[in-house]
Design a protein around this ligand. Structure first.
Ligand SMILES: [Zn+2]
Ligand SMILES: [Zn+2]
Length: 372
């Protein structure tokens, strides 16, 4: 009952016509990386372009406030279902609401954006591998343009293979041998931390994580490690254990489709969680970002998507830390796969795809019966 009260509390910030106020609007309309106006187009390091949201929310309100015509910023349109109650206020889950098409009586919204419908709204350019940058990277760390992924377990599993097709290799009892992968300029991971709450996937204890052979993956490079709850402390200890010095920390401020900060009342014991943290560790002496360009900002303001899914901006930040270097994502899910220059590993991936002949040779040699 009390929980229902929290979830359905109406906030001034959500009132139609007040999409965001004051400083937050300023923050949320900044691009998440510095603009590079003098850069040639379609480089792998291109920043996310600025998208502006109209403070009047709807085109009708915009027109009424400005006179005609409406402004060129992004507007929203109310969705009217027979069960929608116009006194109830906005749904806190908006487009992520599971009941928006059935029973949810709160207000839902959709984009009302003519430019986007015409394909003219600038969106983030897809990540591309910059061949020029890759040529400056030592050969063993040089990325290839094709995305690669391997479906495998990273944690030791008794009597099972690190691969999904376990029956072919039943005697193996360890996780995938990370030393097979070679070295990487940047590693990113969102481990399935065992943080004492029920989650619908396998979790790893701190002990399991300490045992991961991360040391083999980098002599010089960066580690981006997502942490949450209790893992904020264990993540720092793990970084030290794996041989990294924490050099920075990225904060992701979660916003919904209306660009309001997320305050669902669902997460956090003391304060509502509206942000997540990604520790940035450095090992050895890797280069520091794009030569002659300002470094990325350590704040990402980005929309919340499916459960556990992190914002795509993190890949741009990783690529700009060491342009052209091989990147690795551990504990990846299928939605993380497909980035040029990246190798993704995880036990929920659909099959495996190895394009780098040297990597393929090493994996075949290490796992001759796994069918690569
Ligand atoms: Zn407007
Ligand atoms: Zn809803």
């Amino acid at each position: 009952m009390a929980r229902e009260g929290i979830v359905t509390l109406k906030r001034a910030m959500d009132l139609p016509g007040v999409p965001n106020s004051g400083a937050l609007l300023e923050t949320s309309t900044f691009p998440t990386s510095p603009p590079l106006p003098s850069s040639p187009p379609s480089r792998s390091v291109a920043p996310v372009p600025l998208t502006r949201y109209c403070a009047h929310v709807t085109k009708e309100a915009c027109r009424a406030a400005r006179g005609t015509p409406v402004c060129g910023d992004v507007h929203f349109r109310k969705i009217h279902h027979p069960w929608t109650s116009h006194q109830a206020g906005d749904c806190h889950f908006l487009q992520l609401c599971r009941f928006s098409n059935s029973t949810c009586r709160y207000q839902h919204w959709e984009l009302d954006d003519t430019l986007a419908e015409q394909g003219k709204r600038p969106t983030a350019p897809p990540l591309r591998l910059c061949a020029e940058a890759a040529h400056k990277v030592p050969e063993r760390l040089r990325a290839i343009p094709e995305p690669q992924w391997i479906c495998c377990d990273l944690r030791p599993k008794t009597f099972e293979s690190p691969f999904a097709f376990a029956d072919q290799h039943p005697q193996t009892s360890t996780g995938f041998d990370l030393s097979t992968l070679g070295q990487f300029g940047v590693i990113c991971m969102d481990p399935p931390w065992a943080i004492g709450i029920d989650v619908p996937y396998d979790t790893l204890t701190d002990h399991d994580l300490r045992e991961l052979a991360i040391q083999a993956l980098q002599d010089d490079g960066y580690l981006l490690l997502w942490v949450t709850g209790r893992a904020m402390e264990s993540g720092r200890r793990l970084m030290t254990h794996w041989g990294y010095k924490r050099c920075s920390e990225i904060v992701w401020v979660k916003v919904n489709m209306m660009q309001n900060v997320i305050r669902t009342g669902r997460t956090g014991h003391f304060l509502n969680h509206t942000k997540e943290h990604c520790l940035v560790g450095v090992k050895g002496k890797p280069p520091r970002g794009v030569t002659g360009k300002p470094p990325d900002c350590d704040v990402i303001v980005s929309e919340l998507r499916e459960s556990s899914r992190k914002p795509d901006e993190i890949y741009g930040i990783a690529n700009r830390l060491w342009p052209g270097a091989r990147c690795l994502e551990l504990f990846a899910r299928q939605h993380n796969v497909g980035k040029p220059g990246w190798v993704a590993l995880g036990n929920q991936l659909e099959g495996s795809e190895i394009k780098d002949p040297r990597l393929l040779e090493r994996v075949r040699e290490r796992y001759p019966h796994a069918g690569f």
